[in-house]
Design a protein around this ligand. Structure first.
Ligand code: DQA
Length: 149
């Protein structure tokens, strides 16, 4: 079986894309973003599946089950990125290689957005590139899975 399954996980408030500050998040909805990511993945020979939750426990439990369904993950945990050590622990537990993505440029916003609980755990971090950031993340994953094979 080829190692090409990528779980794309969006956390808290990302279901509200399309209505959030366009200066940071553009105008696309989560469904539109997921369609775009699905196309990027197909171009790269990857298979994307999607998950979003506003409930931290649900997000954690999805991470627990990740090894059964994915070879790699893209995680945009929204604000949880900046303080949820529970989500970091769950990703570490999963052992699934992950790239952290942010739509906005978290390095140029409030100080608290510069902190990431995923530091040192993820194989890559992409931010401030809107939809294109997900393509970059998928390219990193394709390279990583290719190296592992
Ligand atoms: C975000 C950045 C976070 O700081 C913020 O809380 C979000 C979205 C992004 O994609 O830019 O909800 O993860």
């Amino acid at each position: 079986m080829p190692s090409n399954r990528v779980e794309v996980m969006h956390g808290v408030n990302l279901d509200m894309l399309g209505g959030r500050d366009p200066e940071h998040y553009g105008g696309f909805t989560l469904s539109e973003l997921q369609l775009t990511i699905g196309r990027f993945a197909k171009d790269l020979g990857l298979e994307a599946a999607f998950f979003q939750s506003n409930h931290e426990g649900e997000f954690v439990e999805h991470l627990h089950r990740l090894p059964e369904r994915a070879d790699a993950a893209i995680i945009n945990a929204g604000a949880w990125t900046h303080y949820s050590w529970a989500i970091r622990d769950a990703l570490e537990f999963s052992g699934v290689p992950a790239v952290e993505v942010h739509i906005s440029d978290v390095s140029a916003r409030e100080g608290w957005r510069k902190i990431s609980v995923f530091d040192g755990l993820v194989i890559g971090r992409v931010y401030g590139k809107r939809e294109q950031g997900y393509r970059e993340a998928l390219e990193l994953i394709a390279g990583h899975l290719g190296d592992e094979a």
